[in-house]
Design a protein around this ligand. Structure first.
Ligand SMILES: NC(=O)c1ccc[n+]([C@@H]2O[C@H](COP(=O)([O-])OP(=O)(O)OC[C@H]3O[C@@H](n4cnc5c(N)ncnc54)[C@H](OP(=O)(O)O)[C@@H]3O)[C@@H](O)[C@H]2O)c1
Length: 287
């Protein structure tokens, strides 16, 4: 990028061409030291210098073609970031216009060597990879896959890493043990490898419009009223065992907004952000 830089230098000759100043003011008045006769200013010719381009933030969204991931990609593009995504199916079935602005990589976090290319030049990562299945499958996809990604990103010098984890659901945790054990193992790895730039978001139920094939399912119809009710019943959240069931649902756009901010704002505090923190951060004005 070229920038024009003007230089100011001192010389007696040029201010003579400003009749008002030279005739009505003593040079002494322009000086801060009374016994010093100041040299008047001269504006030299503008000089063109080569400046390095502004640093570019490049974000890699893991699982960018999923429900949360696609909203994260959209939010990041709106904020002017360079966005890439990696998932097993690559671009998949998304035909929205914004999807043309994402670089889609195909890869599998369970085969970390497939991540290498996608991580080139990346400054921050948001992982939206997770899922359900048998206990061992859930541990693999929520835990092992993300641990692999965190290690690879740390080795490549990525500055910030955001992991979309999940809120505790008390008794429910025992029913999907592999899911929570995987989530918590990935969180531990993130806090170890990214002590200053690692952020864990722990939403409860996430609502918004989810795409299934060519169909759009408006989960907000249930989620939005629930969010309002549960925000007003916050103290119930503290009850033993059943308390976590009162965790308010959160809109997918709020999760995406906070994730992108956590991935790019160097002063966003590292550590765990629970659902109330997500709601609070999402209401803050973006810089
Ligand atoms: N939805 C909710 O209500 C909710 C609530 C709390 C927490 N969360 C968490 O939020 C995250 C995102 O959830 P979601 O609802 O958006 O899930 P989703 O729609 O199923 O998206 C999961 C994404 O992960 C990718 N993926 C899965 N396995 C992969 C692998 N081995 N390597 C690379 N990519 C892989 C999938 O793409 P491919 O199939 O193409 O690989 C997909 O893009 C998950 O961690 C989930 O646990 C969700």
């Amino acid at each position: 990028m070229k920038a024009v830089v003007s230089r100011l230098a001192c010389s007696k000759s040029s201010l003579a061409s400003f009749p008002k100043i030279s005739s009505s003011m003593s040079w002494r008045h322009l000086s801060t030291e009374s016994n010093k006769v100041d040299e008047p200013f001269k504006v030299e010719e503008a000089e063109t210098v080569n400046m390095p381009p502004p640093p570019t933030e490049k974000l890699l969204v893991l699982g960018g073609n999923g429900f949360v991931g696609s909203h994260v990609c959209k939010e990041a593009l709106n904020r002017g970031l360079v966005v890439a995504s990696l998932s097993r199916s690559g671009r998949s079935s998304l035909h929205d216009a914004w999807a043309n602005d994402v670089t889609w990589h195909q890869g599998n976090l369970l085969a970390p060597e497939t991540l290498k290319d996608a991580l080139t030049g990346v400054t921050s990562v948001i992982s939206c990879v997770g899922g359900f299945g048998s206990n061992s499958q859930m541990y693999k996809i929520n835990g092992t896959a993300n641990i692999n990604a965190i290690r690879a990103a740390s080795e490549q010098g990525v500055k910030r890493f955001v992991y979309i984890s999940a809120a505790d659901f008390g008794v429910v945790n025992y029913l999907i043990q592999g899911y929570y054990e995987g989530k918590r193992a990935a969180e531990t790895e993130l806090l170890t490898k990214f002590p200053y730039g690692g952020v864990i978001l722990r939403p409860g139920f996430i609502y918004g419009t989810r795409r299934v094939g060519s169909m759009k399912i408006p989960l907000g119809v249930i989620g939005s009223p629930m969010e309002m009710i549960f925000q007003r019943t916050k103290p119930l959240n503290q009850l033993p065992l059943v308390g976590p069931l009162f965790t308010p649902p959160v809109n997918v756009t709020a999760v995406a907004k906070v994730a992108v901010r956590a991935a790019t704002d160097p002063v966003f505090p590292p550590g765990i952000v629970d659902v109330h923190g997500i709601l609070r951060h999402s209401q803050q004005k973006l810089k």
